[in-house]
Design a protein around this ligand. Structure first.
Ligand code: ZN
Length: 135
Protein backbone atom coordinates (compact mmCIF):
# COMPACT_ATOMS: atom_id res chain seq x y z
CA UNK A 1 0.00 0.00 0.00
CA UNK A 2 1.35 3.41 -0.93
CA UNK A 3 1.86 6.16 1.67
CA UNK A 4 -1.07 8.02 0.12
CA UNK A 5 -3.33 4.98 0.44
CA UNK A 6 -2.31 4.37 4.06
CA UNK A 7 -2.97 8.04 4.86
CA UNK A 8 -6.38 7.76 3.22
CA UNK A 9 -7.19 4.89 5.60
CA UNK A 10 -6.12 7.05 8.56
CA UNK A 11 -8.30 9.92 7.34
CA UNK A 12 -11.23 7.53 6.95
CA UNK A 13 -10.71 6.21 10.48
CA UNK A 14 -10.49 9.69 11.97
CA UNK A 15 -14.23 10.18 11.46
CA UNK A 16 -14.90 7.54 14.14
CA UNK A 17 -12.60 9.00 16.81
CA UNK A 18 -14.03 9.42 20.30
CA UNK A 19 -12.74 12.80 21.41
CA UNK A 20 -15.48 14.57 23.39
CA UNK A 21 -13.01 16.36 25.69
CA UNK A 22 -10.23 17.71 23.48
CA UNK A 23 -12.22 17.80 20.26
CA UNK A 24 -9.07 16.67 18.48
CA UNK A 25 -9.85 13.58 16.47
CA UNK A 26 -6.94 11.37 15.46
CA UNK A 27 -6.90 8.53 12.96
CA UNK A 28 -4.11 6.05 12.33
CA UNK A 29 -3.44 3.13 10.03
CA UNK A 30 -0.59 0.68 10.48
CA UNK A 31 0.67 -1.74 7.87
CA UNK A 32 2.23 -5.08 8.70
CA UNK A 33 5.07 -6.70 6.79
CA UNK A 34 2.59 -9.10 5.18
CA UNK A 35 0.63 -6.13 3.80
CA UNK A 36 -2.34 -6.11 6.12
CA UNK A 37 -3.65 -2.76 7.36
CA UNK A 38 -5.23 -1.99 10.72
CA UNK A 39 -6.90 1.28 11.67
CA UNK A 40 -7.31 2.98 15.00
CA UNK A 41 -8.70 6.16 16.50
CA UNK A 42 -8.08 8.06 19.68
CA UNK A 43 -10.43 7.11 22.50
CA UNK A 44 -10.66 9.70 25.23
CA UNK A 45 -11.91 9.14 28.75
CA UNK A 46 -13.30 11.41 31.47
CA UNK A 47 -10.27 10.25 33.47
CA UNK A 48 -7.96 11.95 30.96
CA UNK A 49 -4.92 9.82 31.71
CA UNK A 50 -6.79 6.70 30.62
CA UNK A 51 -7.25 7.98 27.07
CA UNK A 52 -5.73 5.96 24.23
CA UNK A 53 -3.97 7.18 21.11
CA UNK A 54 -5.04 6.17 17.62
CA UNK A 55 -1.64 4.72 16.73
CA UNK A 56 -1.54 2.40 19.73
CA UNK A 57 -5.11 1.27 19.07
CA UNK A 58 -4.21 0.43 15.49
CA UNK A 59 -1.03 -1.35 16.55
CA UNK A 60 -2.93 -3.33 19.18
CA UNK A 61 -5.32 -4.60 16.53
CA UNK A 62 -2.35 -5.74 14.45
CA UNK A 63 -0.97 -7.63 17.45
CA UNK A 64 -4.34 -9.27 18.07
CA UNK A 65 -4.38 -10.45 14.45
CA UNK A 66 -0.87 -11.87 14.63
CA UNK A 67 0.31 -9.35 12.06
CA UNK A 68 3.78 -8.41 13.29
CA UNK A 69 6.13 -6.85 12.51
CA UNK A 70 4.76 -3.48 11.49
CA UNK A 71 6.43 -1.62 8.65
CA UNK A 72 4.49 1.65 8.44
CA UNK A 73 2.13 3.93 10.32
CA UNK A 74 0.08 6.82 8.98
CA UNK A 75 -1.44 9.36 11.36
CA UNK A 76 -3.62 12.43 10.90
CA UNK A 77 -5.66 14.68 13.16
CA UNK A 78 -8.46 17.14 12.76
CA UNK A 79 -11.22 19.00 14.51
CA UNK A 80 -14.80 18.53 13.41
CA UNK A 81 -15.50 20.69 10.39
CA UNK A 82 -11.81 21.14 9.58
CA UNK A 83 -9.78 19.18 7.05
CA UNK A 84 -7.35 16.56 8.37
CA UNK A 85 -3.86 17.84 9.07
CA UNK A 86 -0.51 16.30 9.80
CA UNK A 87 0.69 15.26 13.23
CA UNK A 88 3.54 13.03 14.31
CA UNK A 89 2.98 10.26 16.88
CA UNK A 90 3.41 11.26 20.54
CA UNK A 91 6.39 9.97 22.49
CA UNK A 92 4.53 7.02 23.97
CA UNK A 93 3.36 5.91 20.53
CA UNK A 94 6.86 6.24 19.11
CA UNK A 95 8.10 3.86 21.80
CA UNK A 96 5.18 1.50 21.15
CA UNK A 97 5.81 1.49 17.40
CA UNK A 98 9.51 0.85 17.98
CA UNK A 99 8.67 -2.27 19.93
CA UNK A 100 6.51 -3.61 17.11
CA UNK A 101 8.32 -2.33 14.04
CA UNK A 102 11.82 -1.20 14.93
CA UNK A 103 13.99 1.67 13.75
CA UNK A 104 13.05 1.29 10.09
CA UNK A 105 9.29 1.67 10.48
CA UNK A 106 8.04 4.39 8.11
CA UNK A 107 5.80 7.11 9.52
CA UNK A 108 3.57 9.15 7.23
CA UNK A 109 1.54 12.24 7.87
CA UNK A 110 0.26 15.21 5.88
CA UNK A 111 1.90 18.50 5.03
CA UNK A 112 -0.08 21.73 5.04
CA UNK A 113 -0.93 21.31 1.36
CA UNK A 114 -2.12 17.72 1.81
CA UNK A 115 0.91 15.96 0.40
CA UNK A 116 2.83 13.22 2.21
CA UNK A 117 5.40 13.96 4.89
CA UNK A 118 7.52 10.93 5.75
CA UNK A 119 10.05 9.95 8.41
CA UNK A 120 11.68 6.78 9.66
CA UNK A 121 11.06 5.95 13.28
CA UNK A 122 14.78 6.12 14.10
CA UNK A 123 14.65 9.85 13.31
CA UNK A 124 11.56 10.41 15.46
CA UNK A 125 12.84 8.30 18.37
CA UNK A 126 16.61 8.15 18.53
CA UNK A 127 18.02 5.89 21.25
CA UNK A 128 14.77 4.11 22.16
CA UNK A 129 14.36 1.89 25.18
CA UNK A 130 14.49 -1.69 23.98
CA UNK A 131 14.65 -5.29 25.06
CA UNK A 132 18.45 -5.01 25.34
CA UNK A 133 17.93 -2.44 28.10
CA UNK A 134 16.18 -5.03 30.25
CA UNK A 135 19.60 -6.56 31.01
ZN1 ZN B 1 0.27 8.71 21.06
Amino acid sequence: MSPEELLAKAVEALELAYAPYSGLRVGAAVQSADGRVFCGVNVENAAYGESLCAERNAAGSAVAAGALPLVACAVVAGREGSPPRGVWPCGACRQFLHELGGDGLRVYTLTGDGSVKEAVLADLLPRPFGVEDLG
